[in-house]
Every structure is written in C-alpha cells, then in structure tokens.
Design a binder for this molecule. Structure first.
Ligand code: HEC
Length: 150
C-alpha cells in the first residue's frame, strides 16, 4: 500500500503548512511548550503569569526604574525584531532613562541555552495579535535570530 502512505504523508504536510501559514503564527511546535515552561519558571515572576506585566508598569518605581512591561498585546515586545529580543534576554536590559545603572531585566545568557532563549521568545509570540505577529515577522527579516540560536 505505498500509495496510501504517500497520500497520508502529503495530507500531514498540507496540514502542517496551513497550520503555520494561516495566522502568521509560529505554530504549536513542541518548542513552544518548552518556551512556556521557561516563561513560567524564569519570567512570570516579573512579567506576570499571562504576560500582563508588573502593576503600574508604565510608571517608574521609587528607585526611578521602570517595572517589567507586559509581553501581551498591551506591551511593545512585538515591535522588536527576533535579533533584538534575543539580545535583550541573553544580555539583559535597562531603560536608558532609569535612575540606576543596574540591569533591571536580568541577563539569561548563563542560565538558559540558546535554544531555550529562542523558545521563550517564540512562546511570547503566541500572546500577540495576528497583526502584531505579521509586523514582527517583517521586522525580523532585517534582524533575525543569531546563528547561535539555531
Ligand atoms: C527580575 C525581573 C525580571 C525577570 C525575571 C525577567 N524580566 Fe524581562 N524585563 C524586566 C524589566 C524590569 C524590563 C524593562 C527594562 C527597562 O526597559 O527598563 C524587562 C524587559 C524585557 C523585555 C523588553 C520588552 C520591551 O518591550 O522592550 C523582554 C523581551 C523581556 N524582558 C523578556 C524576558 C524574558 C523572556 C524573561 C524570562 C526568560 C524575563 N524577561 C525575565 C524584568 C524582568
């Protein structure tokens, strides 16, 4: 029955391609599940269980530091290309207008593998609207994930 086998394979291929293409989503690849676990373990304490951000995230706190922003449709994570998001998570980040010099967004380069960093970023994409995802895909053409991210 080799023919049947070929048809079944093609069916899966079509399904896989449409699932990926339909909404411009990164799909529900297994590494999205990895990304969700990484998020819950390492990011949710500051950025919120659903990526909703810290309370009053738009106001500098008593130290003059900006709290953790949301990663959902309300935030602006989706405006950054893959390359930039990867650097923020690997190397850490602080708002240049913060009154302190410390990295308020910690560096995860020593804690997470390149594949885990990529997975958690791809998980964040599931929190965005289809328009935001499309915008970010365009941005990422110019600044994709670095090679180390696989
Ligand atoms: C200790 C709290 C803390 C943890 C834990 C943390 N972050 Fe952040 N993160 C921040 C803060 C605070 C900022 C904002 C920095 C600023 O702009 O001053 C930030 C900013 C960011 C940004 C930039 C967002 C933007 O709109 O520019 C990304 C992306 C990000 N974090 C991803 C992550 C991911 C992914 C994790 C988990 C691997 C994580 N963060 C864990 C505090 C945290």
């Amino acid at each position: 029955m080799p023919r049947v086998g070929i048809f079944v394979c093609m069916g899966w291929l079509v399904l896989a391609v449409t699932a990926q293409g339909a909404e411009g989503t990164p799909g529900q690849a297994p590494h999205i599940e990895t990304g969700r676990r990484v998020y819950e373990t390492h990011c949710a304490s500051c950025h919120g269980a659903q990526g909703e951000g810290a309370p009053n995230w738009q106001q500098p706190d008593v130290h003059g530091e900006l709290p953790a922003p949301p990663h959902d449709t309300e935030g602006h994570t989706w405006k950054h290309a893959d390359g930039m998001l990867y650097r923020i998570v690997r190397d850490g980040w602080r708002d240049p207008f913060n009154k302190t010099e410390r990295l308020t967004m910690p560096a995860f380069g020593q804690i997470l593998s390149p594949a885990e960093i990529r997975a958690v970023i791809d998980y964040l994409k599931t929190l965005w609207s289809p328009e935001q995802r499309r915008f970010q895909i365009e941005e990422s053409r110019k600044a994709p994930f670095p090679r180390e991210a696989g």
